[in-house]
Design a protein around this ligand. Structure first.
Ligand code: HEC
Length: 132
């Protein structure tokens, strides 16, 4: 009996840890809703809208490979945000307004602190997990 008690006490803690959303799990949901239609469930640029699009959506699992093995988190966020604004040419749409929710301070690789939508940080965190 004395042995089972601590286990019972630990179970709720483990369950809480499992159900607590991580940036990656929140990002996965945001990706599914906003990006998968073009970039595909697997993020390889093969979503159902990809064919009717003039421009092939990028394979988002190769972002690190194309950046010398380093995941370009800030580049991804800039792209989602609409910078450099290529959407006029039929490329990536801008998501700045679609992604609602709070803004948090984000420290860039150069040490700058920029107020950034938590949703963008989450999507970037998710995409980092699907790199090849
Ligand atoms: C309507 C279709 C469409 C949707 C929806 C879409 N994209 Fe894109 N995306 C594109 C196209 C087309 C390109 C390639 C052309 C370009 O770079 O503008 C692209 C390019 C990108 C790039 C640049 C990749 C590189 O190699 O530099 C990133 C990063 C990206 N998308 C992320 C996202 C994320 C994250 C979402 C969801 C928030 C999203 N996209 C939603 C069509 C889409």
């Amino acid at each position: 009996m004395t042995r089972t008690l601590p286990l019972i006490a630990v179970i709720p803690l483990v369950l809480a840890a499992c159900t607590q959303p991580t940036p990656q799990s929140r990002g996965a949901h945001l990706y599914e809703t906003n990006c998968a239609s073009c970039h595909g469930k697997s993020a390889q640029g093969d979503g159902p809208l990809a064919k009717q699009y003039g421009m092939r959506p990028a394979n988002l699992t190769l972002l690190s490979q194309k950046n010398g093995g380093v995941f370009p988190a800030e580049g991804v966020m800039a792209q989602i945000n609409g910078y450099p604004g290529r959407h006029d040419f039929g490329g990536m749409p801008e998501f700045e307004r679609e992604l609602s929710g709070p803004t948090v301070p984000y420290t860039t690789t150069t040490g700058q602190v920029i107020d950034t939508k938590q949703a963008m940080i989450d999507i970037a965190a998710y995409l980092e997990t699907v790199q090849q």
